[in-house]
Ligand binder design. Sequence first.
Ligand SMILES: O=C(CO)COP(=O)(O)O
Length: 139
Amino acid sequence: MNIALIAHDKKKNDLVQFVTAYQNIFSKHTLFATGTTGHRISEATGLPITRFQSGPLGGDQEIGAMIAKNQMDAVFFFRDPLTAQPHEPDVTALVRLCDVYSIPLATNMGTAELLIRGMELGMLDWRNVIKENGEVNEG
Ligand SMILES: O=C(CO)COP(=O)(O)O
């Protein structure tokens, strides 16, 4: 499965700790991340991660493009609800695309726990069926 990892600055430590804790599961998947988040996680875990631009420079939109092309299976996006982001429209667009394509999106640690454990139990295997059938959302 293709997994996106994104965290706003004040949530980066949380995401690094989360991925470190579940490293054995994340290592079975193909990881993508926005620039700084990806750097922090690969530094801490050694996991291979394809890094896009930093979020404010377009990284959220690059991940959104993968979602629109049916190439992303799950998104872990630890958002900071207490700090205004200069690229708020990009953040909103990414969350919206997850909803358009029914891509599981964890925006906090509580949901992230459920999502990663569910993935390990095979609860996201329906994504393989959708990808094999080449299904696209007709809007
Ligand atoms: O801003 C972000 C997501 O909106 C994250 O970007 P960075 O990982 O480059 O800090």
